[in-house]
Structures are given as C-alpha cells and as structure tokens.
Ligand binder design. Sequence first.
Ligand code: ADP
Ligand code: MG
Length: 259
Amino acid sequence: MSMLSVRHLSKRFAGVAAVSDVSFDVHAGELLALIGPNGAGKSTCFNMLNGQLRPDSGEIVLDGVNVVGRSPRQIWAHGVGRTFQIAATFGSLTVLENVQLALHSHGSNVFDAWHPMSGTHADEALALLAQVRMREHASRPCSELSYGDVKRVELAMALSNRPKLLLMDEPTAGMGPTERNELIALTKSLVVEQKIGALFTEHSMDVVFGYADRMIVLARGKLIAAGDPQTVRADPQVQEVYFGTGNTFSADAIEEATA
Ligand code: ADP
Ligand code: MG
C-alpha cells in the first residue's frame, strides 16, 4: 500500500497555476525525488503536503487518511517529519538539547520546551543521534558544527516523531558533493530500515541518479514524467523541458537548468 497518495492536487496563486492536477504515490521504504526547473511548483507541493498551504483541490491521503485541511501540527502529529532548507537548529544549544527539544515538542504545549530538560528524553535523543552517526558530538553546541553535521542533527529531529513520511525540500542546498552524497546515503539507509516513505527535491543529478528509487518531474506545475531514473532520463518531454529537443541528457546541464 502507498504511504502517501496524492491525487489531482492543484494550487493557484493570483493567475499562476503553481501546481496543476498532480498525482503521485510514495511507498514505505522508498526514496522519491521530485525534480523540475525553478518555479515548477516543487515547494508549493511540499507546502501543501506539510499543511502550510491549503490546496484548491485534490486529495492528500497519508496512510489511508485524507489530511487536506489539517494544520501543519496535526499533519506532523499524523506522522510527517520534515527538514528545512534553512538550518532549524538552535546554535547555542547542544546537539543533544536540540534533539531533546524536538522530542519534547511532542507534548501538547510546545512552550514547555523552554523548561530545563537535562535528562528529559536523553536516552531517546542519544539513540536518534546514533542513527545519524552524531552521538559522539552530543555535548557540542550546534554553532560549532560543520554544515553537513547540522543537517544530520536536523534529520535526527525530523525522525523524532517516528514519521511515516519524511519531506525534504532541497536538503543538500549549500553542500559540497561529498557532504551531499553522505547525507542522502544516510537518509536512504534510514528510510529503508524504518520503512519510511521519503520525498525530496534535489538539484544534483548525481544524487538523484545515485540514490532515488523513483523520480517525478514537474514543469510549470504539471507532472510531466514519473518512473525509475533511467526511464525518466530518456523521456522526450523531460529532455525538451530541460534542454530543448534533440539535446542529450547531461548532469551538468540539468544542474544548471535547475540551479
Ligand atoms: P519551485 O519550488 O519548483 O521552484 P514554487 O513552488 O516555489 O516552485 O513556485 C511555483 C510557482 O508559484 C512560481 O511561479 C512561483 O512564483 C509561484 N508562487 C509560489 N509561492 C507563491 C506565493 N506565496 N504567492 C504567489 N506566487 C507564488
Ligand atoms: Mg522550491
């Protein structure tokens, strides 16, 4: 069964059809890449899935439940974890405290999170840090970490509500090739182990072709191709959107086109 079924999802902004009649599925244990040129509607899609934007029409069925109309917090509570494009950790807190804070926010009142919490959820937080291979950095302030390490802490935080679905909009933005590959390889192994469905946008075609199980392509709000990376790469419409007819697919060109 699909972890996530998106059906006929549409959203307009004053005259712009940002997302038009988009349907796709994400299965448990699968890493699905969403690609498309700038302005294709990728972030609008993500923001409807996480509840920040209400779709004009369509269904978002998560683990059998249509979550359209629910708030971001309700959707999060229903099992959607997300990472943010901009670092979402508190630099003055330690790595461990950031993850404890994420665990603590599962309670009904987020502001309780400001109470002293040494000891609170410490074991669970350390276990999450071990999953993202950051346990040995637990007592360092986040402000001291490299960018790639901050992203791994964010991944631990996103996993803290044991999500069924993980949403990552440009998780590797601003990273070098090595860090990028490491983060997605780690994500992929966790997604498989924990049978999470994961949807991510990514500009690096090396990463997409290296790790995505399937990919979907948006152009001007419409879904123009879906399938395994090799099939999508050969799709005439994808080639045309990125390079004009007749050009062959090249990782550099697609990266340039989507940067
Ligand atoms: P992507 O993430 O693929 O670059 P977006 O989803 O951000 O694309 O944008 C899709 C289209 O919707 C673009 O034309 C963009 O200008 C427009 N758009 C996105 N958000 C808004 C908004 N809040 N208000 C008006 N137009 C928006
Ligand atoms: Mg975007």
